[in-house]
Design a binder for this molecule. Structure first.
Ligand code: C2E
Ligand code: MG
Ligand code: MG
Length: 666
């Protein structure tokens, strides 16, 4: 998508000439004839670059760019002016408000070159800002590396997790701090961005590294400790084989004539739990015993390695068919159907299994090991309970996550988001007095991407705050407009994800936006999902308390998808309960379902809450819910989510109830 450039000049002819040149080069161009207009434009939408005249009536170029620098630090300021104002220009450049100075009259070719350079500077600054934000605010242990693997920045959590002093980390090359990676492997890991690595630290501790936000020059990595394992255990269990042994044995197999074999990753998914609850000696015993039992079951010629705290690797040569392989894995793991008897307790061990087959699934030892690992971890996320074979689609899925995550950073600026509004119909009179704003993302390559897919990515990778603020502002802007047009809407709902809700500045920003648009807090309803709220009821009650204190309405979204009971709801200052679609699917066909919903509605009313039934697709459901005194219906039966124009037309045909009552003669 095109980057947006804001041109500021008091001479319309110059604006038009510049606009033509830049639009022809594929940029999106906004125009402002004064500094004040420019600042208004910037408040309405993000801009990559401001190209401003210097001498203008009112606010001059230096004053404008100074404000831009303060309020929008990642936007680049460029001055386009006559050389005569040299001293004032120099001051502007020196203050850092302007990045460069371009001379009038300009040469189109040169101008475009400068603009391209400024845009890449802006991308660099933006990515840096994102990494800085994360380094400052995240509780995760984070480490920023240069392209050559040198440690540039880190947070205190990183020092803590790695057990190193800042002075021991700063300026070091990662491959020098960890024993099991060389600079070439490190470069390959940094470059690929789509998998994790596990490395041994200087004290024998084990860490997993994964990419957070990376561009081509800087890599922000998240570090997770993979439990402390004593050296003795590593050597005792590794009386099996070490990671390096396994790798070289696989290389030997590959260069021999026995190129058909399987590499199997056996992961202990509950390892963190054992580590937290057992003493060091007990943990050591558990691992040694596990190694012994596995070894006791090995088929002839099989190799077994203990390669990471929570991971064993099995190499099974000479297998002709995959079914044979599955039987062999089953045999190796059979003893673990019983509890493992240890001196202090009995433990039921569970393994998560993934495998890769040579030669089909990888041509080198490193690839086969990595692919078996990918399959295993895929099995963790999506536990099939089976042994899972590697498939290139798994990497593709991860790559897509990275690609979506990266394009989310640009999506706001490239105007790829929009809002849809889904009407909520009040059953008492069939009127639409409110709606839910739902974000839409049109990705330049993938088309429409569902918020159910990208919101979790944005939460995980840090873009959620900017996106959430955009949704809030756009929703309020639309609501203000509809009010001015005389539509009788009482409020508009937006969704807040869990991560947004834990942002301590959220209620302050909501209050500021409401004030900016001159709207009462009760115009805004905030929908928060049940699963998030119920995870920690006391913390949720505090967080919601702030928002409730502002005067906003609160709704519990997707009720029925988690495990909460209605009794918990009494503890939260919630105005509305949104019954999830999945609860209501059987409404017309199951008396049990109908009875449960009837009770839920009655109880919610007793707790002083209104009830919204979500995802309603049939008139039959509507009629039943009306009999049950449900307050609102939201669903395709009345309307799909609509763009703002369609929504306004929808509002014009009120009350909607007349239409469906006529339809059904009820
Ligand atoms: P939600 O808040 O429960 O939103 C309702 C979802 O159900 C919407 O999907 C809506 O299009 C869909 N829906 C509504 N009526 C029907 C129906 O009759 N039948 C069926 N099959 N579906 C119906 P959508 O827009 O894909 O949103 C999915 C989820 O993404 C939302 O669930 C919400 O949790 C999240 N989301 C959407 N917009 C935002 C946003 O701006 N911010 C945040 N944080 N999350 C958002
Ligand atoms: Mg919702
Ligand atoms: Mg919902």
């Amino acid at each position: 998508m095109a980057k947006t450039i804001l041109l500021v000049d008091d001479e319309p002819a110059i604006l038009r000439a510049l606009q033509r040149t830049l639009q022809r080069a594929g940029y999106r161009v906004l125009l402002a004839e004064s500094g004040a207009v420019a600042l208004n434009q910037l408040a309405a939408e993000p801009v990559a670059l401001v190209l401003s005249d210097f001498r203008m009536p009112g606010m001059n170029g230096a004053e404008l760019l100074q404000q831009v620098k303060q309020q929008y630090p990642s936007t680049i300021g460029l001055v386009l002016s006559a050389y005569a104002e040299r001293d004032a220009l120099l001051a502007c450049l020196n203050s850092g408000a302007a990045w460069r100075f371009l001379e009038k009259p300009w040469d189109d070719g040169q101008l475009l070159k400068e603009i391209a350079a400024a845009i890449s500077e802006r991308d660099r600054r933006q990515a840096e800002q994102q990494r800085t934000n994360l380094l400052l605010s995240s509780h995760e242990a984070l480490l920023e590396l240069s392209a050559s693997g040198q440690v540039l920045r880190f947070n205190s959590a990183a020092c803590q997790v790695l057990g190193l002093q800042p002075s021991e980390l700063r300026g070091q090359v990662l491959s020098a701090l960890f024993t099991d990676i060389n600079p070439i492997e490190l470069a390959s890991f940094l470059h690929k961005k789509d998998h994790d690595i596990q490395l041994h630290g200087v004290h024998g501790d084990y860490f997993s590294f994964s990419h957070r936000i990376s561009d081509l020059q800087h890599y922000l990595l998240k570090i997770m400790p993979v439990q402390r394992i004593s050296d003795q255990v590593f050597t005792a269990v590794s009386a099996l084989l070490t990671a390096a042994d396994i790798r070289s044995q696989i290389e030997d197999l590959l260069s021999s004539d026995q190129r058909e074999f399987a590499v199997v990753t056996l992961l202990l998914p509950d390892f963190a739990l054992y580590n937290a609850s057992l003493s060091q000696a007990q943990l050591d015993e558990l691992l040694e015993k596990t190694g012994q039992v596995l070894r006791g079951q090995l088929p002839a010629k099989a190799l077994l390695g203990y390669v990471a705290a929570d991971k064993f690797v099995l190499v099974l040569p000479g297998l002709v068919q995959e079914s044979q392989l599955l039987v062999s894995i089953e045999q190796v793991l059979r003893p673990f159907r019983q509890q493992l008897v240890l001196s202090f307790n009995r433990v039921q061990l569970v393994f998560c299994v993934g495998y890769a087959l040579s030669p089909a699934d990888g041509a080198t030892a490193a690839l086969l090991l990595q692919h078996a690992d990918v399959a295993c971890r895929q099995n963790l996320v999506n536990p099939a309970g089976f042994f899972l074979r590697y498939d290139a689609g798994m990497v593709e899925q991860k790559r897509q996550h990275f690609e979506l995550s990266n394009s989310l950073y640009d999506a706001l600026e490239s105007q790829e988001f929009s809002l849809s509004f889904q009407p909520k119909i009040r059953l008492s009179d069939g009127c639409c007095d409110s709606a839910e704003a739902l974000i839409r993302w049109h990705h330049p390559k993938y088309g429409q991407v569902s918020p159910a897919v990208f919101i979790p990515i944005a939460e995980q990778d840090g873009q959620i705050q900017a996106i959430g603020d955009w949704v809030l502002q756009q929703a309020l802007r639309h609501f203000q407009q509809w009010q001015r047009q005389g539509h009788s809407l009482s409020h508009l709902a937006i969704n807040l994800s869990g991560r947004q809700l834990t942002d301590p500045q959220l209620s302050g920003r909501i209050a500021a936006y409401l004030e900016h648009f001159g709207l009462a807090p009760a115009c805004l309803e905030l929908e928060v999902t049940e699963t998030f709220l119920m995870a920690d009821i006391d913390a949720s009650s505090r967080l919601l308390g702030h928002l409730h204190g502002l005067g906003c309405l609160l709704a519990m979204d997707d009720f029925g998808t988690g495990y909460s009971s209605l009794a918990y709801l009494a503890k939260l200052p919630v105005n509305k309960l949104k019954l999830d679609r999945s609860l209501l699917l059987d409404l017309e066909h199951s008396p049990q379902c109908a009875s449960m919903i009837r009770h839920m509605i009655r109880m919610a009313h007793e707790l002083g809450m209104q009830v919204v039934a979500e995802g309603i697709e049939s008139i039959g459901q509507v009629l039943l819910l009306r009999d049950m005194q449900c307050d609102y219906i939201q669903g395709y039966v009345f309307s799909k989510p609509l763009n703002s124009q369609e929504f306004v037309s929808f509002l014009a045909c009120q009350p909607i109830r007349q239409q469906w009552e006529e339809l059904l003669h009820v």
